[in-house]
Each structure stands twice: as C-alpha cells, then as structure tokens.
Design a protein around this ligand. Structure first.
Ligand code: SAM
Length: 234
C-alpha cells in the first residue's frame, strides 16, 4: 500500500503498539537488551546468501545492526522503520562502521521500494506489530519488493503450542525469558507483548505467507514461542 493511497481505514502503523520504543532512551535500552551480535547477523546473512552486490531490504530494521552488517560485506542494504529514534540510532551505527545504508522512514504497509527489486527481504521481531489482516497486506508489500525467486526471511514471536495450552506456554515464556531491570527484557516487557501486540500462530502465518506468493522453503521453531521462515517469492 503506497503512501499515495491512505484511506481513513488504513492501519495507523506509525502509532506505538505495545512496548513503547519511541524515545532515544527506550531505543538505547532496546539495543542493549537485545544483545547486538555481529557474528549472529553474519551467520544469518551467510544462510541467506547475502554477498557483495546483493540488494537487501530489512523491514522494521530497528537499531540497524543487520543492515549495517549486510553493508559491511558489500550488499546494497536498505533499512526501513517507522521509528525516528530507531533510525537515528541506526544511522549513527552505520556512520561509526563507515558504511552506506539507505535508511527509509516507512512502514510495512507504506514502504514503496524504488529502483530494482530486492534479492532478499528480511524482517525480524517486528511483524507482530500488525494485526493479522494487516500482516497479510504487509506480506503482499514485502513480496512486491522482491524479484521473482528472491528470498523472504521472517523471524518473530510465533506460537506453535496447541491453542488449548496457551496459558501454560505463555507463563513458561514469561518466567524463563524475563530478566531483572537493567539485565535484559523484563517480565513487564513480555507481558505487554502478549497483551497488546499481535503475535500469532504458525498456521495463521503460513496461510498469510502463501497468499502473499511467498512459498515456504524452510521453517524452524526454536521454542513454542519463537520461529523463522525462509520463503521464495513465486
Ligand atoms: C522489536 S523491534 C525489532 C527491531 C529489529 N528488527 C531487531 O530485530 O532488532 C520492532 C521494530 O519495529 C518497528 N516497527 C513497528 N511497527 C512498524 C511498521 N508498521 N513498519 C515498520 N517498522 C515498524 C519499530 O519501530 C521497531 O524498530
């Protein structure tokens, strides 16, 4: 959905959802808590076949470590995010590393890719910001950014537990993932995520991916609440 088409019913993707990451302080804390790890980013870039000249678009790029790491290996990296403070942090990171990343203040729904289509589109820990109807529109837009045969990568909080066991699994997640203030994401962060953000079941996401023309090549769930999909644009 390009910027020119903004009907009154369009989801307000620039408005905060759930955990508020709008302020520079919140962004600093987010970057600290998520534990930016260039080696982890490099391992994923290797798996996705990102090399010199690959055109990569990271949607909801946050503090930009993945896009910067892609640029460091010579990729044409684009980082897209609705958060001004996130992009300011990401810009500084790219300057510090001496690489060029094309930063775009835009969202899943209104990002309008210019130039040649991307070889790889990624999005990590962010699609859950949209309700399911809007996830579908976001995935259609992501597919439109990609060349046919291009790769789409999704990592997120994704539920694979049986629906009847949701409460036990969500309690387990909060209990095992939460850290003390200053040592990582707190209990409140996870509780807010579950209550106010829009993480969903794998079987819902799979229907959305397929209907966006993104064929699932592989999937991997590291826990009942986390997982990834690697897809090929049909
Ligand atoms: C939890 S952070 C994840 C950031 C990054 N992808 C990472 O893995 O660290 C979620 C990000 O999504 C961004 N965001 C939220 N809604 C968005 C939307 N509709 N379109 C693009 N970015 C969005 C936020 O500004 C934030 O940077």
């Amino acid at each position: 959905m390009p910027k020119s088409a903004s009907p009154a019913w369009l989801f307000a993707e620039y408005a905060p959802v759930g955990v508020d990451l709008a302020s520079p302080e919140a962004v600093d804390a987010y970057d600290r808590n998520q534990g930016t790890d260039p080696a982890r980013d490099d391992a994923l870039l290797d798996r996705l076949g990102v090399t010199e000249g690959t055109r990569l678009v990271d949607l909801a790029c946050g503090t930009g470590s993945f896009a910067v790491q892609a640029a460091l290996r010579g990729a044409e990296a684009h980082g897209v995010d609705v958060g001004e403070a996130m992009l300011a942090y990401a810009r500084k990171r790219a300057e510090r590393e001496g690489v060029r990343v094309r930063w775009h203040r835009a969202g899943f729904l209104d990002y309008a890719h210019e130039g040649d289509p991307a070889d790889v589109v990624t999005t990590k820990a962010a699609l859950h910001q949209l309700p399911d109807f809007w996830k579908q529109q976001a995935l259609l837009n992501a597919a439109a950014v990609l060349r046919p045969g291009g790769t789409f990568y999704l990592w997120d909080v994704i539920f694979t537990f049986p629906p009847g066991q949701a409460a036990q699994n969500l309690d387990w997640w909060v209990d095992t993932a939460a850290r003390a203030e200053g040592e990582g994401f707190t209990r409140e962060t996870f509780e807010t995520h579950i209550r106010e953000e829009f993480s969903t079941y794998s079987w819902v996401l799979e229907g959305l991916l397929e209907r966006a023309g993104l064929e699932i090549v592989s999937k991997d769930f590291t826990s009942p609440v986390h997982g990834e999909y690697i897809c090929r644009r049909v």
